[in-house]
Design a protein around this ligand. Structure first.
Ligand code: THU
Length: 138
């Protein structure tokens, strides 16, 4: 569902954040203890979840956002409308996607339409377009 201004309706945002919070339960983060969950909404209505997956060598760590994107793309999805992101050590804090994840979003998403929903809770969230978070992109 989209509002007249083109964004997701509040109830849809809340639902997507709720799904991201559930995905966060699977976070594998024994090194940073920073647990992140993401829920990626496709234009066809399907939702793909992801969590961060850390590694003892640190470098191979995958962020929650990229886990969700790679799951979806590997299953043939290419059209995305929004992603909800939640993260924090115990309590959730404002959690923004890292530069690498923003670049991955830029590969597949319309910068002026794709919505990045950073949620502190289902009721407290901030919405950005990809262009706002990645201006002058490559
Ligand atoms: N992380 C994410 O999964 N997404 C973000 O948006 C920020 C950072 C992860 C990577 C690492 O496992 C942990 O959070 C601390 O950086």
């Amino acid at each position: 569902m989209r509002t007249e201004t083109g964004g997701l309706a509040g109830t849809e945002c809340e639902k997507l954040i709720g799904t991201a919070l559930l995905a966060r339960e699977n976070s594998y983060s024994p090194y940073s203890h920073f647990r992140v969950g993401a829920a990626l909404l496709c234009r066809d209505g399907t939702v793909w979840t992801g969590c961060n997956i850390e590694n003892r060598a640190y470098g191979p760590t995958n962020c929650a956002e990229r886990t969700a994107f790679f799951k979806a793309v590997s299953e043939g999805k290419r059209d995305f409308s929004a992603i909800a992101i939640v993260g924090g050590k115990e309590e959730t804090v404002w959690c923004y996607p890292c530069g690498v994840c923003r670049q991955v979003m830029a590969e597949f998403c319309d910068p002026d339409e794709f919505q990045i929903i950073c949620g502190k809770s289902v009721r407290e969230y901030r919405i950005y377009t990809l262009r706002e978070l990645l201006p002058n992109m490559f």
